[in-house]
Structure formats: structure tokens, C-alpha cells
Design a binder for this molecule. Structure first.
Ligand code: NAD
Length: 324
């Protein structure tokens, strides 16, 4: 494409253009680049809107060859009033050498895959190789994506799951059944069986407690992406070796906000997953160590994945090219 064209990739085209593998690779690479200091996220803007009880914001960043932002948020009445999904976002990419707009990419499905990729990257690099039981806490929209991506990382033999609203669990069970892995609903103490636990809820109070977790477990905390949200007991972070996507986000709006606020850990106790990917941090060093990944969701995940989508969409003619 030239500097005089804008590529538009509509939301409806993304599912055919983006594979889980491509999202995983883009996210793993951008985490690594962040940790090498070659890529950085800009401060997040998130504002309450004057109408529709909506929250709207921007997550931007810059990486080699990639500059842009994801604009979007949450409109709680969309579904009931207009039959539109409540989470809405769009990614805008710019040419880092000229500032010219390059692409506009639907951000909804992309967000689901890049979030699933983040917990999968943490499982790849931090879970014990022989992990067999995957625990899921949460059964909403995003949980199904996290489950599919997680199951690809180890030879899991069973999925155990808990959700505050148990009537949602069969939907998650259908995903496990489709993949051919046995699925069982458990109570929270039942999570002691799990080798890997993924939390993906919109909870504002901890549900997974420190005594629900066995030595050697890897936990990917993915639901806490806002000040005030919390999924796991703060003391669990003090028992664990804690990793995150980005320290600045983890301490302010991630799971670590609570453990740090309570004085149980300090910012210096957090390591970026990118350092493990790059080999500058050893990651897990023993079989009985608890590792915890605080995945808050950074703008560069969106930009890296959107950039991959644009390359494919332009190459195969799916992108709508608009002269500018
Ligand atoms: P959803 O509304 O589809 O599902 C919400 C889930 O949370 C359901 O399992 C529900 O039963 C559970 N839940 C609701 N209230 C709860 C409570 N008080 N205590 C415990 N569980 C509760 O939402 P979703 O799209 O699946 O997203 C789940 C969470 O993940 C949200 O907090 C969302 O903001 C977050 N998220 C994070 C990232 C990231 O990059 N880290 C990306 C996308 C979404």
C-alpha cells in the first residue's frame, strides 16, 4: 500500500483474517520488544461519557514499524437497546515515519484473541511442562477464548471451572467438549487440583484465595484491567513470583494494585513476561513455585495484532482501500 491509501478492515472480516497462532506470535513478540525497551505504551485515557453510562478511552503505543491507538470502551445498554455488543473498539494505525494514517481495523474480535494470547503466552513460558489440569474462573464472553488458547499450550487432560453465575458454565463446557477435553464444575476450594488457573471475571472482590492454590501452580489473572477490580486474594501475590505485561499498568489497574496497596509486595517484585521471553529473567525456577501473571491488557497487543491483520487483508484483497 502507498502513503496515499487508507486500509479499512471491517469488524466482520477479522475472524477470517486472524488465527489464534498469529495473535499469539504478535503478542509474544511485542511483549519481548517492550521488555527490550524497543516498544512502549502510552498512558491510558479512560473517561466516563455524559450519555448511555458509557466508558470510553484510548490505549496507544509505539513499536518498531507500528504506531497507533485503540479507541473504544463499554456501552452497557447497546445490546438491550440496539442489538449491538456492549464492548466496542476500533484500532487506528499510523505510519511511524510520516504520521500518515494507514489503517482502521475493527477491534472487537481482535481484543478477544489478543487477550487470550496473553494468558497463553504466560502459560507457555511459566507453567510446569507436565501441567495436566486447567482451572477456569469465569465463564463469560472472554472465558471461551482464554480456554481455547490455554488448551493449546500443554497436554491438558481435564478442565475444572467455577463461575459466580453457575448457569453460564455449560457454555464453557461446550468449548471443552468441542476440543475433546473432559470438563467439570467445581467449588473454589476444588481449584487446588489445578496446575494452571486462568481467572477472567469482572469481579471487584477476590474469589480465588491463597489456600485454593497448590504449590507449583501457574495463575493467569486476566479480568482485572481497571482500578478497583480484583479476582485473587492479595496475599496470593506475596506467595507467588509475579509477572505482568507492563509494570506501570499492573501496579495501577492490575491485580498487583491490591497487594501493593496493602504493602504485601512492592513494584520491585514484579517482572515483565517479556524478560522471560527474552531469556533475561529465568521465569519459573522450581516445580513447587507458584507463578502469577497479571495480564492487564496493553495497547501494543492491539496494535501488533492489528498490524498483522492489515498485512494479510491488504495482501489477499480483503482490505477496503480508500484514497487519502
Ligand atoms: P462478561 O460480562 O462476558 O463475563 C463476566 C464474567 O464475570 C462472567 O463469568 C460473570 O459470571 C463473572 N462475574 C460477574 N460479576 C462477578 C462478580 N461480582 N464476582 C465474580 N465474578 C463475576 O465479560 P468478559 O468479556 O468475559 O470479560 C471478563 C473480564 O475481563 C472483564 O473484567 C473485562 O474487563 C476483562 N478483560 C480484560 C482484558 C485484558 O486484556 N486483561 C481484555 C478483555 C476483557
Amino acid at each position: 500500500m502507498t502513503a496515499h491509501e487508507l486500509a479499512i478492515v471491517p469488524e466482520g472480516a477479522i475472524a477470517d483474517l486472524l488465527t489464534r497462532e498469529a495473535a499469539f506470535t504478535a503478542v509474544e513478540n511485542v511483549f519481548a520488544a517492550m521488555s527490550r525497551g524497543e516498544a512502549r505504551n502510552f498512558p491510558v485515557v479512560r473517561e466516563a461519557m455524559p450519555t448511555e453510562d458509557a466508558l470510553y478511552g484510548f490505549k496507544g503505543g509505539v513499536a518498531p514499524g507500528v504506531l497507533g491507538l485503540k479507541a473504544g470502551g463499554y456501552w452497557p445498554h447497546n445490546l438491550e437497546k440496539r442489538e449491538l455488543i456492549n464492548h466496542q473498539s476500533t484500532v487506528f494505525l499510523f505510519d511511524p515515519d510520516t504520521g500518515r494514517v494507514k489503517a482502521m481495523v475493527g477491534g472487537n474480535y481482535l481484543t478477544a484473541l489478543r487477550t487470550a494470547a496473553a494468558s497463553a503466552v504466560s502459560i507457555k513460558h511459566l507453567a510446569r511442562p507436565e501441567a495436566k489440569i486447567l482451572g477456569m474462573i469465569g465463564a463469560g464472553h472472554q472465558a471461551k477464548f482464554q480456554l481455547r488458547a490455554a488448551l493449546e499450550q500443554r497436554s491438558f487432560e481435564k478442565v475444572i471451572a467455577w463461575n459466580l453465575h453457575p448457569e453460564m458454565l455449560p457454555g464453557l463446557g461446550e468449548v471443552a467438549a468441542e476440543i475433546g477435553v473432559p470438563f467439570e464444575a467445581v467449588d473454589l476450594p476444588g481449584m487446588v487440583e489445578a496446575d494452571v488457573i486462568v481467572t477472567i471475571t469482572s469481579s471487584f472482590a477476590p474469589t480465588l484465595m491463597a489456600d485454593h492454590v497448590s504449590p507449583g501452580t501457574h495463575i493467569a489473572c486476566m479480568g482485572t484491567d481497571t482500578i478497583g477490580k480484583q479476582e485473587v486474594e492479595a496475599s496470593l501475590l506475596a506467595k507467588a513470583t509475579v509477572f505482568c505485561d507492563e509494570v506501570a499498568q499492573s501496579v495501577t489497574l492490575g491485580e498487583a494494585q491490591h497487594a501493593i496497596g496493602a504493602g504485601l509486595i512492592s513494584e520491585a517484585d514484579l517482572s515483565e513476561i517479556g524478560a522471560v521471553i527474552n531469556g533475561t529473567h529465568p521465569g519459573r525456577t522450581s516445580d513447587d513455585q507458584i507463578t502469577l501473571f497479571d495480564g492487564t491488557g496493553v495497547g501494543l497487543q492491539d496494535l501488533a495484532v492489528a498490524s498483522t491483520i492489515v498485512d494479510v487483508a491488504v495482501a489477499n484483497g480483503t482490505a477496503i482501500m480508500v484514497p487519502i
